[in-house]
Design a binder for this molecule. Structure first.
Ligand code: ATP
Ligand code: MN
Length: 480
């Protein structure tokens, strides 16, 4: 059978030797006309396949180029070489796919992350991206495992929606109307979306939360894990136009329960990755250490990747209110010496990422949960606190990343919710389905959204979010 092969990870882990096996994979290097470093993506470690001198035709040997795909059959024997227990002494080598060494963009040397982004279709075949995407997989698996263990229902919320959960712009339009000025118009000249595919104007979702809340009012505990889209023109290392979000929504939870759930969740998935991707994380830690060496000393992080992850898993997140955070920021030397681009002058301002990072990286040196923000800077659905000024919101800030989670206890009181919608110009008539949950059996409930790529960034130590999603979408870029 063609596919009766042993995966390289399994072969290298096995203490077993002296058996015949088939392997398939891509040639990383071919040395001394004899030693093939073969990789099949199951691990960053290559299998040494030995093509004994004189045993193979020159016509085969010259096709063993970097990037070529081969099938090799042979005997797995204890290795004399350093760094590996076994190697494969080939009896047959078949070229499955040639790779022109002159044209193959990946050379067996170090390439910059920027260059690799331009060849995202090939970067999976590097050690760095091999490790990143195996870790990404493990984290995704751990997400489902965590919620499944707690009997949450995985809910698939729509990707095409007519609502904007935030009540703000930044959405991608979905339409089948012509773009060339021939779109049907209303009398006032605006586009007549009644003629559009859905009979109304629609967008790609920015969040599954509102729909998630509907389901939580029946199943009690749900979560979503799917793609979300934001047409924000943010060219940052933390924003994508298409990213994956995890959004649990839980009936009967208050803000504190919500914080506990988020903290437990983050620790669980990190721990899971540390247990199941040890080698890959060690590789990424090494990579980060190298990268840090090229930075000025004050910009270097005090902890290595593995220490940092252990620290997060082993320690409580710091919890404080927005008001307390503003005090700390206002009194900080950083603020007094005008080192912030946006100086903190008083209560009520939105925190910029420089402030978030100061709190997390300089002041507390650990993940921070900020709560009870001014209602003006948060969404309409967040529960109004008794002070009438703040809402039961929470943001989790992580070192090196900034905001990783945004969540809140939701406003379950119909009158209060309607009032907030009016204040924030959210059209209640378009959200009558959402308001129904407050009309029929409303209950206290809470939830949050965690940006999956920011989590992957945190765990892999990658500085740019474009390097932790296979094919990143950002302003002026949607290749592949
Ligand atoms: P930010 O202030 O960083 O733009 P946000 O306040 O817009 O974040 P939310 O609307 O609360 O974020 O979204 C929930 C989570 O989704 C965030 O905590 C973050 O982890 C993630 N997230 C938000 N926008 C993006 C984006 N453009 N790309 C990747 N992840 C994102
Ligand atoms: Mn944003």
């Amino acid at each position: 059978m063609f596919n009766k092969r042993v995966k390289i990870k399994e072969m290298l882990a096995g203490d077993k030797a002296n058996y015949e096996a088939t392997v398939m994979g891509w040639v990383r290097t071919f040395r001394n006309n004899q030693f093939i470093a073969l990789n099949d993506g199951s691990t960053n470690n290559n299998l040494q396949v030995v093509a004994e001198l004189g045993k193979f035709d020159e016509s085969i040997l010259k096709r063993l180029t970097t990037g070529a795909c081969i099938k090799a059959i042979g005997e797995v024997i204890p290795s004399l070489g350093k760094g590996q227990k076994v190697e494969l002494k080939a009896t047959s080598i078949e070229i499955l796919g040639d790779s022109d060494a002159e044209k193959f963009p990946l050379q067996p040397k170090k390439h910059s992350l920027e260059f690799l982004r331009e060849i995202a279709h090939l970067r999976f075949r590097t050690n760095t991206f091999g490790a990143i995407f195996r870790v990404r997989h493990t984290l995704a698996f751990a997400v489902h495992q965590f919620f499944n263990n707690k009997d949450f229902v995985y809910l698939h919320t729509p990707i095409i929606t007519a609502s904007d959960a935030e009540g703000a712009g930044e959405m991608f339009r979905v339409t089948t109307l012509p773009l060339d000025g021939k779109a049907p118009k209303n009398d006032d000249g605006s586009i007549n979306f009644k003629e559009d595919f859905f009979g109304r104007s629609t967008n790609l979702t920015v969040s599954g939360q509102l729909e998630g809340e509907l389901a939580a009012m029946a199943f009690s505990d749900i979560y979503t894990f799917g793609p979300t889209f934001r047409a924000e023109n943010s060219n940052t290392a933390r924003h994508l136009a298409e990213f994956w979000m995890i959004e649990p929504e839980v009936a009967f939870n208050d803000l504190e329960d919500n914080m506990n759930l988020a903290e437990e969740f983050i620790k669980y998935v990190i721990k899971y990755a540390m247990e199941h991707n040890k080698e890959d994380l060690e590789f990424l830690a090494q990579r980060l250490e190298e990268e840090e060496k090229s930075k000025p000393v004050i910009d270097r992080s005090e902890m290595g990747l593995i220490d940092k992850l252990n620290f997060v898993v082993d320690n409580d997140f710091e919890r404080l209110t927005y008001t307390e955070a503003i005090e700390i920021l206002k009194e900080s030397n950083h603020n007094k010496k005008k080192k912030f681009q946006y100086l903190i002058e008083g209560w009520g301002v939105d925190l910029q990422s420089e402030h978030e990072r100061y709190l997390v990286e300089k002041h507390f040196k650990k993940p921070v949960i900020l709560t009870n923000y001014p209602k003006e800077i948060k969404s309409f659905y967040m529960r109004l606190n008794d002070d009438g000024k703040t809402v039961a919101a929470m943001d989790i800030l992580a070192p090196g990343i900034g905001e990783i989670v945004g969540g809140s206890q939701r406003e379950e009181r119909y009158d209060k919710l309607i009032q907030r919608m009016e204040e924030m110009h959210v059209p209640a008539d378009e959200l009558s389905w959402y308001l129904d949950t407050r009309r029929f059996g409303a209950c206290p409930h809470a939830g949050f959204g965690l940006g999956f790529e920011r989590l992957v960034q945190f765990v892999t130590g990658m500085g740019n979010i474009r390097d932790v999603i296979p094919f990143p979408r950002y302003p002026k870029s949607a290749e592949f």
